[in-house]
Design a protein around this ligand. Structure first.
Ligand code: TRP
Length: 347
């Protein structure tokens, strides 16, 4: 049976983009009963690779991310939620894998290349940051995960993991498992654009709706959303493609929503047709989107608020998850040491 591992860096609260792109999917996987194990990792150590001087940000966001997970329906009885730094075996694995990867191969990793540019590291790239694809290979292989649900930007990491696995298995012994990435199914809404129309929601751009936002915050954010800049007057014909309001509707709107919130239409196609023809104002569409999102996010926010009242319990769950993850990684480490031939006292 399949073993799933995925995770997030705790650099901020999770937002609607995470929700459509990954969280919903994880809950479906959890509830399908089709996987023998599902690991969800809060990648604090990876977050430190470009936040060494920002430890409070990472520390504080561990519970925020955990709350977001639980509020969306991830169930610690069914999935193992753990904190990366609490499984030190991952460091040891990375250390051995480092010998199987060349500097030039890391330099060619498109995601790392892009992130180095974005962060403006120039000649001052932290070694830990540069090598994080290796540590990510450790995260995945320590649990013998064969399925890694991720966004497209993570494909180079999975490819690099597969290469490390092949090198290891050829050089030492066939014990590691080659993972496959699983991308979000619906590519049009797998990456929600920002409220401002930017390619994605990102905390640094301040264009997100957070799962923890109040109903008033959500409403205000939707009211000020970017739409079609050529749709100046209500009578003007409008564009629905590249229009974030309609992209969000693509992601969240179901036919039943019309009956409940906008009975003048039956489905999204009708609404889009009217917008394209002209005569439909942005205000109406935004109001509809607001109803839908309020309806979707209210139970999540309420659950989150309830759980946030007892962070002790959340940390207890993380502690238990980390212990359980660690015992699995310890087994793998024994096998790895034996395969390499350095398990001097334990063979
Ligand atoms: N790099 C991932 C991200 O930024 C987080 C991550 C760390 C991860 N280790 C992982 C994802 C292992 C999948 C598998 O989102």
């Amino acid at each position: 049976m399949d073993i799933v591992l995925t995770g997030d860096r705790p650099t901020g609260k999770l937002h609607l983009g995470h929700y459509v792109g990954s969280l919903k999917r994880r809950v479906e996987m959890q509830d399908s009963g089709r996987y023998s194990k599902i690991y969800i990792m809060i990648a604090d150590a990876q977050a430190l690779t470009d936040n060494a001087d920002n430890i409070n940000k990472i520390r504080n966001n561990i519970s925020e991310v955990a709350l977001d997970y639980l509020a969306c329906g991830l169930d610690p009885q069914k999935v193992t939620i753990f904190i990366q730094s609490q499984v030190p075996e991952l460091c040891e694995l990375s250390f051995y894998y480092m010998n199987l990867v060349t500097v030039s191969r890391l330099q060619r990793n498109p995601t790392v290349k892009n992130e180095i540019q974005l962060r403006g590291f120039k000649q001052s790239i932290p070694v830990g940051f540069f090598t994080y694809p290796i540590s990510q290979a450790a995260d995945i292989t320590a649990f013998k995960a064969n399925i890694v649900p991720v966004g497209e930007d993570q494909l180079p990491m999975i490819e690099q993991t597969r290469e490390i696995v092949r090198s290891f298995n050829t050089l030492y012994k066939e014990i590691l498992v080659e993972p496959s990435a699983v991308l979000p199914e619906n590519t049009t809404c797998s990456r929600l654009p920002g409220l401002d129309g930017a390619a994605k929601m990102s905390k640094s751009l301040g264009n997100c709706i957070y799962l923890s936002d109040t109903s008033n915050e959500i409403k205000k954010k939707i009211q000020s959303m970017f739409t079609d800049p050529t749709h100046l007057r209500v009578e003007d014909p409008g564009h629905t493609e590249n229009n974030p309001v309609f992209i969000y509707l693509d992601a969240f709107c179901k036919d039943q929503h019309f009956e409940a919130f906008l009975p003048a239409y039956h489905n999204l196609e009708e609404l889009k047709d009217h917008y394209r023809r002209g005569g439909l104002g942005d205000g109406t569409v935004k109001k509809f989107l607001n109803e839908i999102l309020q309806n979707e996010l209210k139970p999540i926010r309420e659950k989150r608020e309830m759980l946030a009242r007892d962070l002790g319990e959340v940390f207890q769950m993380l502690h238990k998850g980390s212990q359980s993850a660690r015992s699995v990684a310890q087994q793998t480490i024994q096998e790895v040491r034996t395969a390499i031939g350095i398990n001097y006292f334990n063979e």
